[in-house]
Structure formats: structure tokens, C-alpha cells
Design a protein around this ligand. Sequence first.
Ligand SMILES: *Cc1c(COP(=O)(O)O)cnc(C)c1O
Length: 342
Amino acid sequence: MRFIDLRSDTVTMPTDAMREAMYKAEVGDDVYGDDPTVSKLEAYAAALLGKESALFVPSGTFGNQLALFTHCKRGNEVILSDDSHIVMHEVGGASVIAGVQLRTLPTKKGEMNPREVASKIRGEDIHYPSTGLICLENAHSNGRVISLENMAEIYGIAKNHGIPVHLDGARVFNAATYLNIDVKEITKYCDSIMCCLSKGLCAPVGSILAGSKDFIDKARKGRKLMGGGLRQSGFLAAAGLVALQDMIHRLKEDHENALLLGRELSKIPGIKVEMDDIHLNMVFFDMQDTGYDSDQLVDEFFNRGIKINSAEDGIMRFVTNYWVSEEDVRHVVKTMKELLSA
Ligand SMILES: *Cc1c(COP(=O)(O)O)cnc(C)c1O
């Protein structure tokens, strides 16, 4: 049975082109620097992101944690938003791996206030930790794109203090698609960036960490320490190359499908959709006024071939992706209407 899977864009299967590229990939032992496909992916990613070097890493979480570990010394303080992925969804890894303290700031729809960031940068005092890094996230996991103005302002403050900026750009290509700009217009406001190949871009495994040559040289050794020195990983990198070469330009289809899904859901009585918050492939909505239990919805949808997650704090999230067509979106809306009126 084919499911329509709206739980996340992490559920995407590799495309036929990826499977073929993986089958044919030329590989070698990448810890020896012998894998031509990994090297090709890393060079391609670095150029695309406008950085000197790039490194293939097993996951987005790995890339973020490796960035913290590479930029910071133990006991450093990292300034970032309290709703960021690094704070919320990385198992507290920053305290375990990099051994850093996280200084979290509230956001307005994902954007930190630059003045507040500036005020949290530590001066010299025997009691204080040193500020080692500032982290941004774009696109934000709340489904919104952070403005370039906000990034530029925070980046400027960081540079004035000689502090590096890391961008969690798991969905940076979605952000560039939304802003209709080259991704380098975003990445110029960070020193290092992590982006995922495995979400909307459909690669089965892997992320990229990019930055200066010195930074990536150091990160390569950190990756080994963390157990991420992979051997014939060209099989995975081959799919990653297809992701970067062929899958970015079509992300706008996912965004259009999300807008369609949001518009149609908002027409259903009792469902509230924040249409202004649909920047990417994510639709957040509140259906508590329908009186329909969201756990029951998960079961009923499943029985009808649709996978969704239950509500979190009363808010549902549906995510479109390569494997969800416009027809699928219309089918989901129809199914929702049928269930609510039954
Ligand atoms: C998914 C995600 C990550 C982590 O990626 P994994 O590959 O799931 O570890 C990091 N940051 C953001 C914003 C994400 O959405």
C-alpha cells in the first residue's frame, strides 16, 4: 500500500536517479581521502554554498554538534535562540560533545533581537565564560524564513566582536527558494553552515558542513573523533550530489503544495491556519475547535493511507515533499472533510 506521508520531509525516499548514481558510484576509503565521489560532493557543496571547503557528515545533528565542537573551547558560551533545533532537538549534545554552555534568547517568530544578542556577548571578567559562537537557524524549524536583514545585523555584531557565526541551514535551500535568491546571499552572513541532503532534497543519508579551509580541516579531525569517519561513503555521497544538482530547483513545488494545502484546510470550519507562516513546505494549523481528537485523526488517516503526526501543544504540522503531489494534497483535504463531517 502506498502511503501519503506528511509527517516530515525526513521521510523522503531516494529518487530513481539517486539509486542509479549510488549503484554506479566510484568509491574508496574516505578516511584515507580516497573516495572520489565524496571529494566531488564536498567540492560541489563548498562552491554552491560559497565557502572554501565542505565536509560530508552523517546527519544534521552531527554537523551542528561538530560545528560547536570545532568553533568552541570547553566552557565557552554559545548564543542562540531558545526555540532552535540545537537547543530543542539535539539531546543536549552541546554540553556533552563540545562542553559548551548555551545562552538562549527568545525570538519573535524565529528571529533573535540583534540588540539583545549584542547585550549578551561577554566582556572580560574573571567570573565570565567567553562567548565562543553565535548560532542562527534559517529556514527556522517553525517553518519560517529569517530575514536577511536580521541575519546581516547579527553577523555584523558578531564580526565586531570577533565571534564566529554558525548557521543551522538544515533547510537553507528552502529558505533561498522562498526568498528567490542565490543561497550564497544567505550564507555570506555565516562562517560555517550545516545543510541537510536528506530532507526535502531526498538523499537517503547525510548532511554538509561548510566553512573556511582551516575550519573544515579541523572539523575533519573532529568528525573522526566523533565516529563519523566513514569508509566507502561515496555510495551515500553519490545520492547527495544528485540532491544538490537536481533537487533544489524543484523545492518550489513543495512550497506551492503547502500553500494549497493551507488554503484548502483553512476553508474547513474549525481549522485555523496561519497562512502568513507558510514560507516553506510546512503547514501548521489548530483544529481544536473542530472537537476532533488529533490522536484519533492519526489513526483514521492511517487507515486511509495517510501518515501524519499528532498535535504538539494543540498544533498540527503537515509537511509536503517530493513524494506528495498536488493530487495527494487534494486527497488529504477531501479525507479531512469526510472525517470531520462523519
Ligand atoms: C532536521 C534538522 C536538523 C538535524 O538534522 P538530522 O539529520 O535530523 O540530525 C538540524 N536543524 C534543523 C533546523 C533541522 O530541521
